[in-house]
Write a protein that binds this ligand. Structure first.
Ligand code: F6P
Length: 327
């Protein structure tokens, strides 16, 4: 059993709606187990610099419904190096922090695992990223909100696309993963969905668009993940504009970008974040470390951090086939 008196908690990497709800759950679960809690601001940057704040019950009041992260977030270059992690460990010891809960994604867990390995800090990860690309959990905190934001915006684009008989390329986030693209594309009734997990050939894209447009459609929407190898919406738009066959097609691109990262978390994200925050602290108190707490088939499950950042969560290829039937 690990002797933990003071818990440190931080959010790191790209923020995700629901991180605050998770933080609230971590803080309140820790306090109700008689632990003291320190909030580490700005992720690993703040950990290295000693940017720490005492957390009490009231410090997390009324944040369950807010996007962003009250602890702020950062991507730290220094923490990627051994010296940076040694400085962080020194600051943590100075602040009498015995264990950590890390809320973030792939890069956050890679860092947390290294800190555990090199400096023996017990650490539990809670999956917070809109990308939903983490192995060991059916959904990540923030994904449901981002997905709904993407769908709402695709619906809006559909109205104007219909009004003008236009072709729209809608780019959604996902540098390495197509979960948002695939599911927002299906939910938004997109005619074509392009994701990083599959090979996208420009000739196929052109052929499909021409056949859709010649079928007298009111509009065509192509949802493309930013990480698709053809260069996202901008890359595809350029290739289409360079082709004389597309000179008569009225074409626009919309990049949803960081609108998908903000906003009030959905009910699903608030509940998921709350459950995982509680489970993270309970796992630490039960003596677990170097693991991520996830939700699999409705049950909380622990997965070693090295398996989370070392593996890719696969998309559902049956879902991809659906678009061909439905469009
Ligand atoms: O990892 C979440 C994410 O939103 C990705 O989908 C996106 O590629 C990336 O972060 C953008 O990061 P930044 O805000 O640092 O540009």
């Amino acid at each position: 059993m690990q002797d933990i008196q003071r818990l440190g908690v931080y959010t790191s990497g790209g923020d995700a709606p629901g991180m605050n709800a998770c933080l609230r759950a971590v803080v309140r679960t820790a306090l109700s187990n008689d632990l003291d809690v320190t909030g580490i601001r700005r992720g690993y940057e703040g950990m290295i610099e000693g940017d720490y704040v005492e957390m009490d019950r009231r410090s997390v009041s009324h944040i369950v419904q807010t996007g962003g992260t009250v602890l702020k977030s950062a991507r730290s270059e220094d923490f990627m190096h051994k010296e940076g992690r040694a400085r962080a460990a020194q600051q943590l010891r100075k602040a009498k922090i015995d264990a950590l809960v890390a809320i973030g994604g792939d890069g956050t867990f890679r860092g947390a695992s290294k800190l555990h390995e090199e400096h023996e800090f017990p650490v539990i990860g809670a999956p917070g990223t809109i990308d939903n690309d983490l192995y060991g959990t059916d959904a990540t905190i923030g994904y449901d909100t981002a997905l709904n934001t993407a769908i709402e915006n695709i619906d809006r684009v559909r109205d104007t696309a219909d009004a003008h008989n236009r072709l729209f390329l809608v780019e959604v986030m996902g540098r390495d993963a197509g979960f948002i693209a695939l599911n927002s594309g299906i939910g938004g009734g997109a005619e074509l969905i392009l994701i990083p997990e599959t090979i996208t050939e420009m000739d196929m894209v052109k052929e499909r668009i021409l056949s859709l447009m010649s079928a007298q459609r009111r509009s065509t929407i192509v949802v493309v993940a930013e990480g698709d190898e053809l260069g996202g919406a901008r890359g595809i738009e350029q290739a289409l504009r360079d082709d004389p066959e597309f000179s008569d097609i009225d074409l626009r691109s919309t990049i949803l970008g960081h609108t998908q990262r903000g906003g009030s978390p959905t009910a699903g994200d608030r509940v998921l974040a709350s459950r995982l925050g509680v489970a993270a602290v309970e796992a630490l108190l039960d003596g677990h470390s170097d693991v991520m707490v996830g939700l699999v088939n409705g049950e909380t499950k622990l997965t070693p951090l090295r398996n989370v950042y070392g593996r890719r969560k696969s998309i559902d290829y049956d879902l991809l086939k659906l678009t061909q039937i439905l469009s």
